[in-house]
Design a protein around this ligand. Sequence first.
Ligand code: SAM
Length: 206
Amino acid sequence: MANYEKPDHWSLKAQKEGYPARSVYKLKEMDEKFGLFRSRAGSPALKVLDLGAAPGSWSLYVLRKLERRCLLTAVDLSPLSRQYDKGLFEGENCCFIRGDITALETLDAVRARGPFNLVISDAAPATMGNRSVDTLRSLDLAEAVLGYAETALVSGGSLAVKVFQGGNTAAILKRIRELFKTGKSFKPEACRSESFETYYLGLGKK
Ligand SMILES: C[S@@+](CC[C@H](N)C(=O)[O-])C[C@H]1O[C@@H](n2cnc3c(N)ncnc32)[C@H](O)[C@@H]1O
């Protein structure tokens, strides 16, 4: 049984570096490995969509890394934590939409702010402790995220989406490979060893 009560290396590091969640190091690893936020000098601000963004570590990472060179749209059922953001979530280049990513009205509100260069999603259901139920609910979220990638991502844009392994995740990866020049699975070291989450990446939308 995992001990989620005791802060581990990554949680302590997140607190020290001013991030509300340890998950920031998963995004950092994917960024370092796949150059997710690479933009050419002089090119317009990178439009980033963060789905399932609360408490806000991934959004903070993007805003701190790119500063004014990004326009961020973050979406979640819950509000973003204001503990560490030092006003960044109120900046002109950040918009938070409180909503359900599987709802059509959220998709419409998000698309009005697109198209995006990058879609990142760490969305996860509140886990029930029943792996097959949790996996099915995670698959629903990943499918919704793919819908955003299909309709609101520019050609050449990229995607990083969390999935719980098990169930029909192969179908998600297959769709990603159809939609992008490169589709791959990657498990960051910052994932808890006992966790069955992984990330699928789609690089270079066709
Ligand atoms: C692991 S947390 C994300 C952590 C975030 N990446 C960070 O670094 O702070 C998963 C998030 O997915 C959100 N979520 C789950 N289902 C959702 C849905 N249907 N619509 C929007 N957000 C959802 C949860 O509210 C939760 O905040």
